[in-house]
Ligand binder design. Structure first.
Ligand SMILES: Nc1ncnc2c1ncn2[C@@H]1O[C@H](COP(=O)(O)OP(=O)(O)OP(=O)(O)O)[C@@H](O)[C@H]1O
Ligand SMILES: [Mg+2]
Length: 133
């Protein structure tokens, strides 16, 4: 499935839509500035996250309490080896939380089989094509 977003708001709204039936692990691929974090702002809001979702420039992982568990935002941009994520108790984290991962290609050897992949592509200044796999 493919959608064309014509603004950051449309991308956030698409995040809200996916959050109605969230996968345990969501992987967001796409170039710098393609809209992964923008999508997650809407996604996290709908999951019940009260804090603002930011680009975790220096953070690899941030946990936000939601109803009975956590929404975990992971950014693998600076990761060189998936062991860096495994070292953060990733396997245990998968058990009960909802996880979203930017730059998942860096850790694809440890992603569960049922991970939902989204691919963000920059079409022009305000247009993004989002593909769901
Ligand atoms: N249709 C759109 N959807 C999402 N973002 C858009 C859109 N049009 C313009 N933008 C702009 O593109 C930028 C997307 O930035 P964002 O931080 O979401 O990207 P990212 O994929 O998370 O990048 P990074 O890999 O650096 O984390 C924002 O500045 C946003 O305002
Ligand atoms: Mg980002």
């Amino acid at each position: 499935m493919k959608i064309l977003s014509k603004s950051p708001t449309e991308t956030k709204n698409f995040g809200k839509k996916i959050a109605k039936n969230p996968p345990k692990v969501l992987a967001l691929k796409g170039d710098l500035g393609a809209g992964k974090t923008t999508f997650l702002k809407g996604y996290a809001e709908k999951l019940g996250v009260k804090e603002k979702i930011l680009s975790p420039t220096f953070l690899i992982l941030k946990k936000f309490p939601i109803e009975k568990n956590y929404f975990v935002h992971i950014d693998c941009y600076r990761i060189k080896d998936s062991r860096e994520i495994l070292g953060l108790d990733f396997k245990k984290m998968l058990k009960k939380n909802l996880i979203a991962i930017e730059w998942p290609e860096r850790i694809k050897d440890i992603l569960p089989k049922d991970t939902l992949f989204l691919n963000f592509k920059i079409i022009d200044k305000n247009k993004r094509e989002i593909t769901i796999k």
